[in-house]
Design a protein around this ligand. Structure first.
Ligand code: SF4
Length: 482
């Protein structure tokens, strides 16, 4: 037990438990220390600059990071350290480094809108939201590589939604169900959810036009959670039947202008040289229609800019929407007639989607990126399929349900993590097993919506656990009957 390194491992286990209580040990033995969050930013910066945390790190996206040069303390405004050199995945980069206590400080301190932080090469932090991913982006919406100091990873505070984040009363009955029973429960819940989406699209089609329902549905899927409503409003203010009558540049002028992205300041003072030609083309058309389209101040579309992946900047989402409309004739048949292998068709369609400007730009103002950027990534594609294409198609062809079941999962998000924690507790294996496919994720979200979000009693009055026994009973009866 005392041989090397068993004793150290035993102590390390003990230490990690102690740390979870906010108490640490040091080389002198067991010493109670405050949690790291009580250290000031400057103390941690000093430890960083002094090399106390080492030189080699792993970025939040798995990048291999080596600090070649810690640079200099900045004595003026701007990032904390200047003239630093960092090797990221083998590529040497130079520029400032910013160190914050919380990753969200980047936005709350206004760095994301401050040109002085534009060339930052690394954002180092100790803490952040425990379930949400928070991206660091520059004014030009360039993604800045992040490092969470591993020494502080344990110090994350309680989940931001603590009242809802505990394992629920249904963990035990779910654990007593076998995998097939749980799978069938999720499958049923997901089918119910899909049907709700089909009904919604049908109602929207009846109220407006099938093409407009499709257009709005796709716009919402492109907007993701944070800009779903904003994109829906944009699609409503720029109806597809009007956009289809316009040539490409007029259509884009209409979309970007209605979105509120064509203010004169961007064009005249902020845009990079490379972007000005495109903006000039948009402006030449926009000023002619502006008077009849531009919303007044308080009617402007409220976009959410912070915390999104750079690729999901709202301007890129509008660019992707414009590209979809450009290819509308090849998209419409997917909606109108039965198609075998919908996923493959939509995948090919999205892969071939291009736009001369948006294939290289994060925003209207930014410099071109070195590499081409996909207009629609895998997760947006999956949401377009799951929220619009399949719900629309299944109304005409019920046999595509089997195809729906083969759609792979999307990246986890806060709601999904919350749902799987509440239903499966700490059972990681089951959390993983039952979030591998899109329909399973949808089933989980449906149960969460139907029961967890309806419950105001911290589970004690929720009927779901008792109903599970009934579900189990029914499942075993139908199995023996089969
Ligand atoms: S509210 Fe109901 S479904 Fe949600 S975790 Fe509690 S018991 Fe489970």
């Amino acid at each position: 037990m005392h041989s090397y390194p068993e004793a150290a491992v035993t102590y390390a286990d003990f230490r990690s438990w102690i740390w979870s209580c906010g108490i640490t040990s040091d080389s002198r033995g067991l010493v109670c220390e405050p949690k790291a969050s009580s250290e000031s930013e400057m103390e941690i910066q000093a430890r960083w600059f002094g090399g106390e945390f080492g030189r080699s790190f792993t970025g939040t996206d798995g990048e291999k990071i080596e600090i070649v040069q810690f640079g200099h303390w900045n004595r003026a405004a701007g990032p904390d350290f200047t003239e630093c050199a960092v090797r990221i995945d083998g590529e040497l980069k130079s520029g400032p480094i910013e160190l914050d206590l919380d990753v969200r400080d980047w936005e709350s301190h206004g760095h994301g809108n401050n040109p002085a932080f534009e060339s930052t090469v690394l954002h180092v932090f100790t803490d952040g939201p425990s379930l949400n991913r928070f991206y660091t982006r520059s004014l030009a919406h360039r993604k800045i590589v992040q490092v969470q100091l591993p020494q502080y990873a344990w110090s994350q505070g309680p989940p931001d939604f603590l009242p809802e984040a505990f394992p629920g009363r249904c963990v035990a009955p779910l654990a007593s169900m076998n995998d097939d029973e749980v799978a069938s429960l999720l499958l049923s819940a997901s089918q119910y959810r899909l049907h709700q989406k089909t009904v919604r699209l049908e109602v929207m089609s009846d109220s407006t036009h099938p093409e407009q329902a499709l257009f709005q549905g796709l716009a919402e899927a492109l907007g993701f959670r944070s800009n779903k409503t904003a994109m829906a409003v944009l699609a409503q203010r720029c109806p597809i039947r009007e956009l289809r009558k316009m040539d490409s540049i007029e259509r884009e002028a209409r979309l970007f202008g209605a979105a509120g992205f064509l203010d004169r300041e961007i064009f005249e003072t902020k845009a990079q040289q490379e972007s000005r030609r495109y903006l000039r083309e948009l402006w030449d058309r926009w000023w002619k229609i502006r008077g009849t389209v531009e919303p007044s101040g308080k009617r402007a579309i409220p976009w959410s800019f912070s915390g999104n992946r750079p690729l999901n900047h709202p301007q890129r989402r509008v660019g992707a929407l414009a590209a979809l409309v450009e290819q509308w004739p090849s998209l419409r048949p997917l909606w109108e007639s039965p198609v075998n292998n919908l996923e493959k068709h939509v995948n090919n369609f999205v892969k071939n989607l291009a736009h001369p400007f948006w294939i290289h730009h994060y925003t209207l103002q930014a410099r071109p990126s070195d590499r081409p950027l996909r207009l629609i990534g895998q997760d947006r594609l999956r949401d377009m399929l799951g929220n619009v294409v399949f719900p629309g198609a299944i109304g005409r062809n019920e046999s595509i349900w089997d195809e729906f079941l083969t759609l792979r999962k999307v990246d986890s998000n806060q709601k999904l993590r919350r749902a799987s924690l509440r239903l499966f507790g700490p059972d990681r294996e089951r959390q993983k097993l039952f979030t591998s496919y899109y329909h399973q994720q949808q089933g989980l979200l449906q149960i969460y919506q139907d029961f967890c979000l309806e419950d105001l009693s911290e589970c004690s009055h929720c009927p779901f656990p008792e109903q599970l026994r009934q579900w189990q009973h029914n499942a075993s009866r139908s199995k023996s009957a089969g």
